[in-house]
Structures are given as structure tokens and as C-alpha cells.
Design a protein around this ligand. Sequence first.
Ligand code: HEM
Length: 146
Amino acid sequence: MDNHFLLFVHSLLRYGVLLTVAGAGILHLRGYLAKRPILTGERTLAIWAMILCHTQIVIGLILYLLNFSAYAQMSGDIGRFWKMEHIGTMILAAVLVTLGRVLSKKAKDERIKQKRVAIFYLIALVLILWAIPWPATTVGHGRGWL
Ligand code: HEM
């Protein structure tokens, strides 16, 4: 497997992460506000969001390590983004998603379960959106939507 293929998978998987994290966060918030029990599909979505976040972290780490010397030499805003912001924020987001799921599972009360996924996932969503090198930003300059 070469770098280009892994980078493509990592790039494409951002949409899977965004859709599942946003979907699970919003659906759990909706269920909480409507005071109804969690649906099986909603719980499955929350689990998928966690799996995709973890997969993305593993692929990201491999990409980073494969090209470690290049990143080590980068400086300025771009260097800081790749060495600190992208990695740090994404790992924090994945920790939040994992915590949200684990704490939700531990709670006995259905509403507390929903509230935990809603809060943790929606905060993680904002972090992920912020740390993606979108084409219109300085760090994403020259990159596409895929
Ligand atoms: C939810 C987690 C993450 C998401 C959604 C995400 C998303 C992205 C996106 C959209 C790109 C740009 C791809 C492209 O333009 O082709 C990218 C690049 C990259 N990401 Fe992540 N990422 C995540 C986590 C991580 C982590 C944890 C690491 C490292 C430990 C990492 C390392 C990288 C590297 C090395 C690149 C390539 C940079 C370059 O082109 O020089 N990512 N990531």
C-alpha cells in the first residue's frame, strides 16, 4: 500500500467521520429533547462513528510516521498545523467520541445516555470541522474536497 492510496482513504473517510459523528450527535440530542428512548439504529450509528474515528487516527498516524522527516522539517503556520493542530485536535476529538460512547453505555438512565452522546459527539464534531484542511483555508490551499 503506498502513501497516495492511504492519503486518499484518509481524505475520503473524513466524510464518513463527519456524517456519523454529526448524525449520532444530532439524533441523540433529538431523542433527548423528545424524551423518548434511544433507537437501535441511533446506537449503531454512535458505534460506527467511534469505529471510523479510531480508523482515521490509525491511518493518520501511519501517514505521519511514513513521512515523519518531512513533517519534522516543516515550519511556520503550515508546520504547526500538521505537527500540532491536526494531530492534537483530531486525537482529542476521538477521545471525546470514545468517552461519550463509554459514559453513555455506563449510565443507567436513558436520558443521561442520550445527553452524553449528544454533548461529547457535538463538541468533537466542531473540533473535527476546525482541524480539517479545507480547500478554502491557508493550510488546505491546493487541496481538493476529496
Ligand atoms: C478524525 C480524525 C481525522 C480526520 C477527519 C482527518 C482528516 C484529514 C484530511 C481531510 C486530510 C487532507 C487529505 C488530502 O488533502 O488529501 C488529512 C491529511 C493528513 N492527516 Fe488527517 N485526519 C484525522 C486524523 C489524523 C491524525 C490523528 C493524524 C496523525 C497522527 C493525521 C495525519 C494526517 C497526515 C499526515 C495528513 C497528510 C498531510 C499531507 O498531505 O502532507 N490525521 N487528514
